[in-house]
Design a protein around this ligand. Structure first.
Ligand SMILES: [Zn+2]
Length: 338
């Protein structure tokens, strides 16, 4: 038993946590860390996957053409255009729209090789942004009419005059070969995370955008009906919130975030760390402990309770490290699983 264990608490405000992510962290720690004391830890924990989204750091004011409300009005105008004219450039003063399709939680992506010769070749991936007319045409070929309510506002880039949207096309399997012909495919988010150079801020930004979009689309999927009266909900504010369609209810619903703690319990005296495993893990797979924060609980209390519940160990000092988003499903066990 580990008594008086000091604890590094990586308190992550995930929309969900996952054992997969825990494994990732513990691997990182095992590789780079001496557990004999906190002072010797040299992990680069300043890098956080899915954080630092470059298109949502500052939401434009309502009158700005790039704002959710203005962009949504422009979007409606674009979608109402005759199909024969939708390939024309957008009218003046209208921002450019880029759409990121998702299928079963996986963003559209492409890959490329950069470098001048075989030795320098570096594979990299990019999000599969497509134009609004292309998105409409792709879906049209599948017999689906793209409407403004199926698009979710992600953010904008003032310097490029672009507004970014996400759309869930999970129901349209015929899109896969269609987009495949354009060298696009739907890739699991964790695969992209592993394939990302964490020192590349642009690539990390793309990962954050994909994570944000996935979390938002997942929430839309799970909040189709009002939890108060049971009526259907409808998207509002360009998909940034929802509202009950029942006129006598009109309950407002906002994207859900589930706070989670993930912690590495260390035993300074005996130079060891506490890891756990679930029965469904593959052999030799271990992870840090983690759990949801319960109502009325502080981070530190959650760390202590979860560790005691999982391992029967009472911990000593609790050290907060940092927080980050995590775009998984709303369960501690099924993140990134189909
Ligand atoms: Zn309602």
């Amino acid at each position: 038993m580990v008594n008086r264990a000091a604890m590094l608490s990586v308190s992550l405000f995930f929309s969900s946590s996952s054992s997969s992510h825990l494994l990732f962290l513990s691997k990182t720690l095992t590789k780079r860390t001496c557990f004999s004391s906190l002072a010797t830890m040299s992990i680069n924990l300043n890098a956080h996957a899915f954080a630092g989204n470059p298109i949502r750091s500052k939401t434009p004011k309502a009158h700005d053409p790039l704002s959710p409300s203005s962009a949504f009005q422009s979007l409606k105008t674009h979608l109402l255009q005759n199909p024969e004219t939708t390939s024309l450039p957008p009218p003046p003063k209208s921002p450019l729209f880029k759409v990121l399709p998702f299928r079963k939680g996986r963003p559209l992506a492409s890959s490329s090789i950069t470098g001048n010769n075989d030795d320098d070749d570096v594979p990299s991936w990019h999000l599969g942004w497509i134009s609004l007319p292309d998105c409409k045409n792709f879906l049209g070929k599948c017999g689906v009419d793209l409407t403004e309510d199926s698009l979710v506002y992600l953010g904008s880039k003032v310097e490029d005059d672009v507004v970014y949207w996400a759309v869930d096309v999970s129901g349209e399997s015929r899109l896969v070969p269609e987009l495949g012909d354009k060298q696009f495919c739907f890739v699991e988010l964790r695969t992209l995370m592993v394939a990302t150079d964490w020192s590349d801020s642009i690539a990390m930004g793309e990962l954050a955008i994909a994570g944000h979009a996935r979390a938002l689309l997942e929430w839309h999927n799970l909040s189709r009906f009002c939890g108060h009266c049971g009526e259907k909900t409808i998207p509002k504010e360009a998909g940034r919130r929802k509202q009950c369609s029942n006129e006598s209810c009109k309950k407002r619903i906002y994207p859900r975030v589930d706070p989670v703690v993930i912690m590495l319990v260390i035993d300074r005296e005996n130079d060891r760390a506490l890891l756990g495993r679930q029965s469904r893990f593959v052999p030799r797979m271990w992870s840090c402990l983690a759990g949801f924060i319960e109502p009325g609980e502080s981070l530190e209390e959650a760390v202590r309770r979860e560790t005691y519940e999982e391992a029967g160990i009472e911990v000593g000092e609790v050290v907060y490290h940092s927080s980050q988003p995590w775009p998984g499903k709303h369960s501690s066990n099924d993140c990134f699983e189909e």
